[in-house]
Design a protein around this ligand. Structure first.
Ligand code: NDP
Length: 285
């Protein structure tokens, strides 16, 4: 029987590390690009993501610093602090951990962030660029990580039927635009989709970004499909898992990203790539 090939994030991340380090040679003699990670509150998921991102930046030869604020900070105080970070010339790029607490207007902050420092593509300017097929802005790192995995493993995208489960502004929607740019034929599914398994089964490339532990099994995967699992969840036994039941699709899918060890690893590598791009762009202004 054919063995399902694991699409490991580490291999793609290593390739991106090489690209980042090649770009860094162009910045010799300049300050090391610096990422500010802005966090409000102390959610364990945010803290874990922050630690991972800082480690990755350092591993790639970049700098990263955490800017934590108390969960109870007022909208006005946070705006003032955020403006300071946004205008600090020593900071090359900003990663704002979302969602923000209710008292803070996320919309205002998204509008305020300098598009040139917006490493995770949350500003209206960068979103508009992605939706108009203009790749000069910054896409959300996770959406771009999916493209990097496909390209890293030389999986053709053009003309492929791709189904994405999830329509968030962080993953599903921007990813659909990036895939369209690569000439895929894209279907986006969500909670009101009728007969989700059959929509998924038709896909040559299936992307799961719903945030529901192991919700997609063999009945949702076409024979020989490539499966990209963006989901990060905890299963009934408290173990990290994706939206796809990795064991259940072994005899159906041709290739699949594991969780952990798949898209997540590439997401922070894309963040590093964005940071170096921002530093290079600053030098050429
Ligand atoms: P959201 O909760 O914002 O969006 C989830 C989407 O999935 C919604 O569009 C929702 O549909 C859809 N959905 C949820 N349940 C179902 C279902 N049963 N059937 C069909 N569609 C469904 O999540 P995010 O986009 O922020 O994140 C998605 C997943 O990706 C999460 O597990 C998250 O942890 C992970 N993630 C991983 C990252 C990485 O680096 N690997 C980074 C960011 C996120 P509707 O719109 O109808 O509600």
């Amino acid at each position: 029987m054919r063995e399902m090939i694991p699409l490991k994030g580490a291999a793609v991340s290593a390739k991106l590390k090489k690209e980042v380090q090649d770009s860094l040679t162009l910045l010799q003699g300049k300050d090391t690009p610096k990422l500010a990670i802005v966090r409000v509150g102390e959610k364990p998921d945010d803290m874990a993501y922050e630690r991972g991102a800082i480690k990755k930046m350092q591993n790639f030869g970049l700098e990263a610093e955490s800017y934590p604020f108390p969960e109870t900070i007022s909208n006005e105080d946070f705006k003032r602090e955020f403006r300071r970070i946004n205008e600090n010339p020593e900071i090359t790029g900003i990663l704002l951990l979302l969602p923000l607490p209710d008292q803070i207007s996320q919309k205002e902050i998204e509008t305020m962030i300098d598009p040139a420092k917006d490493m995770d593509g949350i500003s209206p300017m960068n979103q508009a660029k992605i939706f108009s097929g203009d790749l000069s802005g910054y896409a959300p790192c996770t959406a771009e990580a999916v493209i990097e995995v496909l390209k890293g493993y030389e999986i053709p995208i053009e003309g492929k039927r791709v189904t994405i489960v999830g329509r968030s502004m962080v993953v599903g929607k921007p990813l659909a635009m990036l895939l369209l740019k690569e000439n895929a034929t894209v279907t986006i599914c969500h909670t009101r989709t009728k007969d989700l398994p059959s929509e998924c089964r038709r896909a040559g490339i299936l992307v799961a970004a719903a945030g529901r532990a192991k919700m997609l099994g063999a009945e949702s995967v076409g024979e020989g499909a490539v499966v990209i699992d963006v989901g990060i969840n905890v299963d009934a036994e408290g173990k990290l898992c994706g939206d796809v039941d990795y064991e259940a699709i072994r005899n159906t899918a041709a290739m699949a990203t594991p969780v952990p060890g798949g898209v997540g690893t590439v997401t922070t590598a894309v963040l590093a790539k964005h940071l170096v791009r921002a530093a290079l762009a600053k030098e050429t202004i």
